[in-house]
Design a protein around this ligand. Structure first.
Ligand code: GMT
Length: 379
């Protein structure tokens, strides 16, 4: 099949999922065309079946806000027509679903029929999408999609709650990891680089937005390091980074914290970690937690959104109410207190991650593609 994938090419989970999906489809001999404003960061793989089409928005003094969505729609029309695509798969509703709808209508006026699938990822529904100014367009674009998927049951429910006029059936296809990438054979990182005296190594990875509550990560870590030698690695970058640095200084923890910025392939750094902290206010899925589990790293997380669908309490880690740093610290200390408990949680985390291997999830997308394509041909 010839598939066009639209996504944000950045470090966020939706871009990672879209890119890894495209890479896996290309390996199965589908032809995959990424249509984005820059090459996706995880597109670190060469294949005869992978193509990249840049959406480039020209600047003009009149445009205070360059019309990205229109340029994307035009590019979709162009790529569908000239590459003879069979379907479009857009990740993150805003503005990709409405851009795909517009492209579909333009192509229909020229006698070309292209179905499009929208995958909802989280903040497009739970945060950004809730802004009332987006509501009519998002509801319309979701309802007009040929198929809609969400990355968790929780996100599916949130969509129906936040967008009461959505009447489209939503299929849950969970996010995934490519377990083969976590083989530890080619690891380029040694634990003693960051924990020179055998300290326990805790890690947090995110885009440092308010929703991640990274201040809770610091507070949990502060309690842990008061009971045992420990270090914390922060991966990622975002608007809260400055506040987090201030809090490190207030808590006097800076000496035990290393901030690494964005990392394209987190499996190297995860391979040396003992515990992953994810303290988000809400998380539709929590791909970073799954990536940690695939690296045999147990997870202390909140119990919000889709996190209970991946983290199994008392098995792959623990879950607590949002903001309950006391309990999160107590559970972290329980996991880290001795090697035998830590090793049990590590292997449990890996067992749990296996359920989300790409081998199990890819066929769900392929089946949906076939369904959507045959329905569209029958019209
Ligand atoms: O976390 C973010 O704000 C970024 C966002 C994205 O677009 O990458 O993440 C969302 O999609 C990921 C991939 O499906 C999910 O794993 C994240 O849980 C979800 N983030 C939130 O719901 C806050």
């Amino acid at each position: 099949m010839k598939i066009g994938i639209v996504c944000y090419p950045t470090y966020g989970g939706s871009g990672v999922v879209a890119t890894e999906l495209g890479k896996a489809l290309a390996e199965k001999e589908h032809q995959v065309h990424f249509i984005t404003y820059s090459p996706p960061v995880r597109l670190d793989f060469l294949s005869k079946n992978l193509f990249y089409h840049e959406v480039s928005v020209s600047d003009y003094p009149l445009f205070e806000y360059p019309p990205y969505e229109l340029v994307l729609s035009s590019k979709l029309v162009d790529v569908v027509k000239y590459e003879k695509l069979d379907l479009l798969h857009v990740h993150y509703a805003i503005p990709h679903a409405s851009a795909a709808y517009m492209a579909k209508q333009i192509l229909a006026s020229q006698g070309i029929h292209i179905p499009f699938i929208t995958t909802l990822h989280g903040t497009d529904i739970t945060l950004v999408g809730k802004d009332p100014s987006f509501e009519p367009v998002i509801t319309f674009a979701i309802n007009q999609s040929d198929a809609v998927t969400s990355v968790s049951e929780s996100l599916k429910e949130d969509t129906y709650t936040n967008f009461p006029k959505v009447d489209k059936q939503i299929k849950v296809i969970p996010n995934f990891i490519c377990l083969n990438d976590y083989s530890f054979e080619n690891v380029k990182c040694e634990k003693k680089m960051y924990a020179p005296n055998g300290e326990r190594l805790l890690i947090h990875i995110s885009n440092f937005r308010k929703v991640k509550r990274v201040e809770d990560v610091l507070r949990v870590f502060d309690k842990v390091r008061k009971t045992m030698p420990a270090k914390l690695i922060l991966v990622g970058d975002g608007p809260e980074k400055g506040n987090i640095e201030k809090l490190c200084r207030q808590l006097d923890t800076c000496g035990d914290i290393r901030s690494l910025g964005n990392i394209v392939n987190p499996e190297h750094i995860l391979s040396i970690a003992d515990l992953f902290l994810l303290t988000s206010e809400t998380e539709s899925f929590g791909l970073a937690a799954l990536e940690a589990m695939a690296s045999k790293v147990p997870v202390i997380s909140t119990n919000s959104g889709g996190l209970p669908e991946i983290n199994v309490n008392k098995f792959s880690g623990f879950m607590s109410a949002v903001g309950d740093v006391e309990e999160m610290a107590k559970n972290a200390i329980h996991i880290l207190k001795d090697d035998s408990t830590l090793n049990t949680f590590k292997s449990n985390a890996y067992e749990q991650a296996k359920k989300f291997d790409i081998d199990k999830i890819l066929p769900m997308y392929e089946e949906l593609y076939r369904e959507v394509r045959s329905k569209s041909k029958a019209l």
